[in-house]
Design a protein around this ligand. Structure first.
Ligand code: NAP
Length: 284
């Protein structure tokens, strides 16, 4: 049995959908905070059990019988995420799971200024000490491009802090590749990069957007503090804005520049490029 956490979220939910195309439903389980939200999966024969990272006993029950557990990282900046991930890893081991796959992040290496990197590094260390086989999927940045670039379609300007090359990756494709790993015969031990094949900057994206729309889309580099102030004006809490700023700082230092071939191999096709995704966004 393969048990997926975060199955009522974006990546986990899409991974279960792809798993359902590859393995019988009675070999898939989900461990979710709110079982009512996973009714659509129970209706299709998936085992649905309640489990939150705060509750070790419920986690053990929701992981029972799992050969593999797919652990989706949590995203609450106010919580002790490393402690919560530890609960999940320990519960998976106690339940007898042979392998744990974890959603780490590209560039999860010491000194990366992007703060969630520390959570991923610490969780990878917990996995390494757990005694189970483990795979840390170091996923490329998969946020929606319009969210990353801001309202450029309206303003004609990509106005963000200094960035750097990033292989913007499609979350749906990461989910498809994750399902291929969970259901497949190939073994991936330790950190395993899943990224789009090409890293681009906001300057590159401004050029691509200009070509696609037949108008000039400008790249404007905002001063970090000016950007933080703008974010606060739009209602973003300062703490959140400063956390987001660390992403730009990491990007401009090259922490997200690396690309890898594995996503394409697992999909059996070329992953969507940022240009493909921009074009689809414009058409929509
Ligand atoms: N690589 C990237 O670019 C990138 C971008 C964004 C996020 N991430 C990370 O990757 C994770 C998955 O991304 P996503 O897009 O699928 O996010 P998402 O849609 O917000 O899903 C997160 C899932 O984690 C579950 N979860 C959160 N805290 C939990 C807890 N304490 N116990 C049990 N489950 C918990 C949520 O449960 P509910 O459904 O009950 O809320 C949700 O299903 C994120 O949580 C974040 O750590 C990576």
């Amino acid at each position: 049995m393969i048990v997926v956490t975060g199955a009522t979220g974006g990546l986990g939910g899409a991974t279960v959908e792809h798993l359902l195309k590859r393995v019988p439903a009675d070999r898939i389980g989900v461990s979710v905070r709110d079982a009512a939200k996973a009714r659509h999966l129970a209706d299709r024969g998936v085992r649905v059990r309640q489990g939150s990272y705060e509750d070790p006993a419920a986690l053990r029950d929701s992981f029972a019988g799992a050969d593999q557990v797919f652990l989706v990282s949590g995203n609450d900046p106010a919580a002790d995420m490393v402690g919560l991930h530890r609960n999940a890893v320990e519960a998976a081991v106690a339940a007898g799971a042979r392998r744990i796959l974890y959603t780490s992040q590209q560039g999860a290496v010491p000194d990366n200024p992007y703060r969630p990197s520390d959570i991923h590094i610490a969780t990878e260390a917990i996995l390494s000490d757990s005694g189970a086989d483990w795979t840390a999927l170091r996923n490329g940045a998969y946020g929606p491009l319009d969210q990353v670039l801001g309202p450029w379609q309206r303003t004609g300007v990509i106005a963000q802090p200094q960035d750097g090359p990033v292989p913007y990756t499609d979350r749906a494709e990461v989910a498809e590749a994750t399902a291929a790993i969970l259901a497949g015969d190939r073994t991936f031990d330790g950190p395993t990069a899943l990224t789009a094949p090409t890293a681009v900057t906001f300057g590159d994206l401004a050029e691509i957007a200009s070509e696609l729309t037949d108008r000039t889309v400008k790249r404007v580099v905002l001063d970090d503090e000016e950007w933080v102030a703008d974010q606060i004006t739009t209602g973003v809490p300062e703490q959140t804005a400063r956390l987001m700023l660390t992403w730009y700082q990491a990007a401009r230092t090259g922490y997200f520049a690396e690309t890898g071939p594995l996503l394409a191999e697992l999909l059996g096709r070329e992953p969507r490029t940022a240009a493909d995704r921009l074009a689809a966004g414009i058409a929509a």
